[in-house]
Design a protein around this ligand. Structure first.
Ligand SMILES: [Zn+2]
Length: 282
């Protein structure tokens, strides 16, 4: 189409932040940082390469995802432990905090709950910022690698995409049929993954993750949580995923308990106060 004569003026309109976060309740980072000085490990789970495992985190505890052996990205799902219909909502987390998350950001839950499931309390990769390609770390813009898109694009089956890994892990952990478990798998937080959108075509890109062994991302559980983490078959995501080509490494999840006295003033997050009538008279 031919440009209208006022095209330049229309393009020059300034952007407006969709969700100004000035009224978003701030996490009490001082409290979390004091409590994390007292952490002691109570459990750990090793996530094998190209596979996933589940773990539980009691409310008021921390969990830490650590790179071990080599650069590896992880696809994270989180649910309220006793209600799988409340799960991490990647899209709304993106709308509130931006395309990538770091310390001080929260992982928000699905409707009708919309409360923080977890708060990020430490990120050893926070120095990375945004690179010259517009890439950054720990994204909430990707979905999760899955066998359906892979079949669509390649015509080939592959059973170790993160979607399938997470499905198997949840099916095993909660003793449910894989097809039932699959319905609970949702869009992920891409831990350690370095991604962005290309400036010319707006396509989702990935590049070699800057993560190195001992780097970690740490969370505070705002309620009782069930987590599932997949060590993505993309490895550090420098080449391709959904195949056995990339070099892959395990990931470590540690569950950490703070001294309870440090959390005296903390209370678990409450679900949204919205009444759910949606304007109906019924
Ligand atoms: Zn993946």
């Amino acid at each position: 189409m031919k440009e209208p004569i006022d095209a330049a003026a229309r393009r020059a309109q300034p952007p407006v932040i969709c969700y100004p976060v000035e009224t978003l309740p701030d996490p009490d980072m001082g409290l979390y940082l004091t409590a994390r000085q007292t952490l002691r490990k109570i459990d750990e789970v090793v996530i094998p390469a190209r596979d996933a495992r589940c773990f539980t985190v009691p409310a008021g505890h921390y969990f830490r995802i650590t790179s071990v052996d080599g650069p590896q990205v992880g696809d994270l799902n989180i649910w309220a432990r006793d209600n799988l219909s409340e799960h991490f909502y990647s899209g709304k987390t993106r709308a509130l905090h931006g395309t990538h998350v770091t310390s001080g950001h929260r992982l928000w839950s699905s409707f009708p709950y919309l409360r923080p499931l977890a708060t990020i309390t430490h990120d050893t990769l926070d120095w990375y910022g945004k690179d010259e390609f517009g890439g950054s770390v720990h994204d909430v813009i990707g979905t999760r690698c899955d066998p359906y898109t892979h079949a669509l694009l390649s015509g080939q089956p592959y059973h170790h995409c993160c979607h399938s890994n997470l499905t198997r892990a949840l099916a095993l952990y909660r003793d449910m049929p894989p097809k039932q478990a699959e319905t609970h798998i949702h869009d992920v937080l891409n831990v350690f993954m370095c991604t962005g959108f290309t400036r010319d075509t707006g396509q989702y890109f990935m590049k070699a993750s800057p993560v190195r062994p001992d780097d970690y991302l740490e969370f505070f559980a705002e309620t009782d949580l069930l987590g599932a983490l997949s060590a993505c078959p993309g490895g550090d995501c420098s080449t391709e995923h959904s195949s056995d080509v990339a070099t892959c490494y395990p990931l470590l999840v540690e569950i950490l308990a703070p001294d309870a006295a440090t959390l005296k003033t903390w209370t678990p997050a409450a679900p949204s106060s919205y009444d759910r009538t949606h304007g109906c008279d019924l």
